[in-house]
Design a protein around this ligand. Structure first.
Ligand code: SF4
Length: 321
């Protein structure tokens, strides 16, 4: 039976909007608005949606890089947001993050060896003597040569820098990694190499990932489950096959219609959504998607659709179901 590693329950993260001379709070940007999901050990959960939908804020709030507004995040039964600073510091190695832009997340004045070894020594995971061996071990796993240990980030290509970022995370023996758009800054030819590296590392260390991406074609290669976010809400969730073979929510259908099909004999009609994403500071009433949905009915403008189970492990929030 699957072992639960991370549980997110009714998580909310609002950013206050301040205005006036006295900087009074006049509203909130509801970046994450009541979302729940579970990630099991050894599993990858893909969180997809357009830019600004709250995916990255979800990842950061889970790791407590942002404080939550409401809700709960449990890692192996430990409530992350209840931990004291020192308790959180001790847990940090187990929950790591890989960033979209590997260059800005690597200190340009440090060598690869220092970058990968820094947290290892800080968290006292190995002695200073053994740190170099551990650094070389993860560098090898990530496809970096031993002589790279003395090089600086600017000497590497984008793909290699992302390998350094992954090696830095893996050095700490994490159990859970938030990968925030880890391949979207890379050339398509390099993307699959990095995806393969993440899959190999997952198999070797039984890692669990929250894989954040705006691109459903990338998510397909790595995820076991997929959640689709729109304006801070999780609007559909399913196992990978369930979502790709039978998308239910009109927004998911529109996103999937933009994914190229490798078979040229199959034609899929592209669904072009009208209008822009509304502001998360002032989301539409009822279904947040109703301003852009081709199937919107009068009820959609009034009532928030309930998140319903429509199949085993397939959930959707839409009045059509
Ligand atoms: S609830 Fe209505 S507006 Fe929202 S996605 Fe479903 S049909 Fe479209």
């Amino acid at each position: 039976m699957a072992e639960e590693l991370l549980k997110v329950e009714n998580l909310k993260k609002y950013f206050p909007i301040k205005s006036g001379l006295l900087q009074k709070t006049t509203g909130n940007v509801k970046a994450v608005d009541d979302i729940s999901f579970i990630i099991n050990k050894g599993e990858t959960f893909g969180l997809v949606g357009e830019s600004g939908c709250g995916k990255s804020t979800t990842g950061r709030t889970i790791l407590r890089l942002h404080e939550k507004t409401e809700g709960n995040v449990e890692f192996k039964g430990i409530k992350i947001h209840d931990l004291k600073r020192e308790e959180l510091r001790k847990l940090r190695p187990k929950m790591q993050m890989i960033f979209q832009d590997p260059y800005s997340s690597l200190n340009p004045r440090m060598t690869v060896g220092q970058i990968i070894g820094e947290a290892l020594i800080e968290h006292k995971l190995v002695s200073k003597l053994d740190a170099k061996d551990k650094v070389l071990e993860v560098m090898d796993l990530c496809g970096l040569a031993p002589y790279h240990i003395k090089r600086y980030p600017h000497e590497f290509s984008g793909g290699q820098r992302q390998r350094i970022g992954i090696a830095r995370a893996l050095a700490l023996n994490p159990e859970f990694i938030v990968a925030d758009e880890p391949v979207s800054a890379l050339d398509v030819s390099i993307q699959s190499q990095i995806i393969n590296l993440l899959i190999e590392s997952q198999e070797k260390y039984e890692l669990s990932y929250l894989f954040i991406s705006h691109d459903l074609s990338v998510v397909k290669h790595i995820c076991h489950k997929v959640g689709v976010m729109y304006l801070g809400s999780l609007i559909e969730f399913a196992d990978k096959d369930g979502l790709y073979k039978n998308p239910l929510h009109p927004y998911t259908k529109a996103l999937l219609s933009a994914v190229p099909i490798p078979d040229p004999t199959i034609k899929r009609e592209r669904i072009i959504l009208k209008g822009d994403i509304p502001s998360p500071a002032n989301p539409p009433k009822g279904c947040k998607f109703h301003t852009r949905c081709p199937y919107a009915k009068p009820i959609c403008r009034e009532a928030v659709p309930i998140y319903k189970k429509v199949d085993s492990n397939h959930y959707v929030a839409c009045h059509l179901y």
